[in-house]
Design a protein around this ligand. Structure first.
Ligand code: ZN
Length: 471
């Protein structure tokens, strides 16, 4: 039986660029989202315009609530589930060695990992994050626990064990041999990635190849991963890693990569050109299913290469604020034609809730110096948290908005559950121009809503519930 979910509906319809998001913004003050038994969207529009064929559909009304597409988080770290707002001494290196690596090492304990996997998936549901691209645990049993927890709940995830073959002493428990790095990754793909095209077209859980970053692997690892990716790329396996996050001169991430690999550009290490002088040494890991986290300090030729290969950027403003990494130059990055989606980078980003990450994106870009500063349109913010993520993950044909034929991933937001938000909507003055009034409504919704306002999370038409908290 088809169900019509009735409420105030926002989504970015069609398949626009971020510049076109405002023209594609759909808003139905009294709207309906009709979902069939298979979880497919069969209609979305004004309640008054509902088609006659839906006369017998079951109707669920969410009075005063907003419905919008589920949030897509394109960068997060599973083994940092319990690391939010950790302090190791004030800088990145201390944070990693004092807090992050020891926390990730705890996942060697299968019981701890199982609990953490349940907590992780429950928190995604609570935050309305219906799809996540996840850096996983180094330990295969912990990854099994994550995939299993996501499967049981019906959550959409793409994850892969975080590969590390070299690192500082504090990362010792997380490192594997070169051989195990490839073997464990292959085993994970074989175990959890859908095997056939038919399975893949309906799969909710998929696998990614995930070297932590170039400094945690070697040319041998990168060559091995390139071969592995050649083998599995056609089966839709993903690739993700970090890129151009920290530009502290000398000892920072970017200078270290260039010095150790003797390459001209950081991206070359993921592009098969990891030998001195950026010479070819193996297969490229870039492509339509590749996502680079951060991309704060990219060279023009790196942006051009990402655009050319269809590689996307997971933009993580809360993390960049927390770690002092700088601000991804919005206009320059987007103008090169790179797909930019949003990432929480939890726990370097200290916020799960994607609208709060979008809130940070608005603030950092309006504060970019000089001519680079811009006020992102509310529709661009919504696009960034939903449809852009679907595009970055090559899932735009299935999720990201309420176009007919897509899978119904959506959230329900009740403004009355957060005073600041509810009262602004109720009492605050908004522009009288109808289009501007709609934009203002969306802006306040994205900027002011908090996690407690989120009452329902649906994936493919099915309401997800957390294991311990019930509905
Ligand atoms: Zn990260």
């Amino acid at each position: 039986m088809t169900t019509i979910h009735r409420g105030r509906i926002f989504h970015v319809a069609g398949s626009p660029t971020v510049h076109e998001a405002a023209q594609h913004l759909a808003y139905f003050d009294d709207g309906g989202l009709a979902v069939d038994d298979a979880g497919t969207i069969v209609w979305c529009g004004h309640w008054a315009d509902r088609p006659i064929e839906l006369a017998d559909a079951e109707v669920v009304t969410y009075a005063g609530c907003f419905l919008m597409p589920g949030f897509v988080d394109t960068h997060m770290h599973f083994p940092q589930v319990n690391c939010g707002d950790s302090y190791g001494g004030g800088q990145l290196l201390e944070w990693l060695t004092q807090c992050i690596f020891p926390s990730e090492a705890r996942f060697a304990d299968p019981n701890y990992a199982r609990q953490a996997a349940a907590e992780w998936c429950d928190r995604m549901i609570t935050a309305g994050t219906t799809t996540g691209l996840i850096f996983g645990s180094q330990f295969p049993t912990a990854q099994d626990a994550l995939f299993e927890a996501a499967r049981v709940r019906g959550l959409r995830i793409i994850a892969g064990r975080t590969i590390m073959t070299v690192g500082p002493e504090s990362a010792g428990p997380l490192l594997t041999s070169e051989r195990d790095a490839i073997e464990f990754t292959r085993n994970e793909i074989e175990k959890w990635h859908p095997k056939t095209d038919a399975e893949r077209s309906s799969a909710l859980q998929q696998v990614a190849i995930v070297p932590r970053f170039s400094l945690s692997v070697t040319t041998t690892t990168l060559a091995g991963l390139g071969e592995l990716y050649d083998e599995y790329r056609a089966k839709g396996v993903y690739f993700t890693s970090h890129l151009n996050e920290n530009n502290r001169p000398g000892t920072g991430e970017i200078d270290s990569v260039k010095r150790l690999y003797e390459v001209d550009a950081y991206l070359d290490t993921y592009d098969g050109r990891f030998l001195p002088g950026s010479k070819h040494g193996g297969s490229s890991l870039l492509g339509r299913r590749s996502v680079m986290a951060h991309g704060v300090h990219c060279q023009d030729r790196e942006l051009a290469r990402m655009a050319e290969t269809g590689t996307s950027i997971a933009h993580c403003p809360t993390s960049q604020l927390f770690l002092g990494s700088g601000t991804m130059p919005w206009t320059r990055t987007v103008d090169w034609g790179v797909t930019v989606a949003i990432g929480s980078d939890f726990s370097a980003g200290d916020e799960w809730f994607i609208p709060q990450v979008l809130n940070a994106a608005f603030k950092v870009h309006i504060s970019e110096p000089g001519d680079a500063g811009l006020s992102l349109h509310p529709a661009a913010l919504l696009f960034l948290g939903t449809l852009a993520g679907a595009r970055a993950l090559d899932l735009e044909d299935r999720i990201g908005n309420f176009d007919v034929g897509k899978e119904a991933d959506f959230v329900v937001v009740d403004p009355s559950r957060w005073d600041q938000y509810g009262n602004t909507l109720r009492w605050g003055a908004r522009p009288t121009d109808p289009e501007l009034e709609r934009d203002a409504l969306l802006f306040t919704t994205i900027m002011a809503m908090r996690e407690p306002t989120l009452t329902h999370t649906f994936v493919r038409g099915r309401r997800l519930v957390t294991a311990d908290r019930g509905a």
